[in-house]
Design a protein around this ligand. Structure first.
Ligand SMILES: [Zn+2]
Ligand SMILES: [Zn+2]
Length: 141
């Protein structure tokens, strides 16, 4: 299993009942759609509904190909109402790739909410965000 970003090997990490593929080299995280759905179950949110397509130029990371669907370019999507969290999503299988910087931006977002400088519009999506951030933190720190 090869990292779609840096081509190094991905490793499996078990967190919250899910086996998540991560890259120790570049600090990214791969998520299958069913894993996101499992993480969303408690909050009842929908990651598709709280994201919108964005332009590749909006992200500092170049576009990548899906590691499961040959020749399929992953699209850039903006998560929640916060323009700094941009994930790569495969239009074919629905998998997500989160780069290190996106994980850091999630952490920043949560801090802003906790400090009251940012208002959450979609609480179920915010719950997913906090879970993803917690998982990423426990893997990479
Ligand atoms: Zn990598
Ligand atoms: Zn795919």
């Amino acid at each position: 299993m090869i990292c779609p970003r840096c081509r190094k090997g991905l490793v499996k990490e078990s967190r919250e009942g899910e086996e998540i593929l991560v890259c120790r080299e570049c600090g990214g995280m791969w998520l299958h759609p069913h894993q996101l759905n499992n993480l969303l179950k408690e909050s009842g949110g929908d990651v598709e509904l709280c994201s919108y397509n964005t332009l590749p130029e909006d992200d500092r990371y170049p576009m990548i190909r899906c590691r499961e669907c040959p020749d399929t370019l992953m699209l850039k999507i903006n998560f929640l109402d916060y323009s700094d969290i941009i994930m790569d999503r495969c239009p074919s299988c629905g998998s997500y790739w989160l780069d290190k910087n996106e994980l850091a931006n999630m952490h920043k977002y949560i801090k802003q909410v906790e400090e009251g400088s940012h208002q959450v519009k979609d609480f179920s999506a915010y719950t997913l965000l906090t879970r993803l951030s917690r998982i990423a933190y426990s893997i990479f720190h």
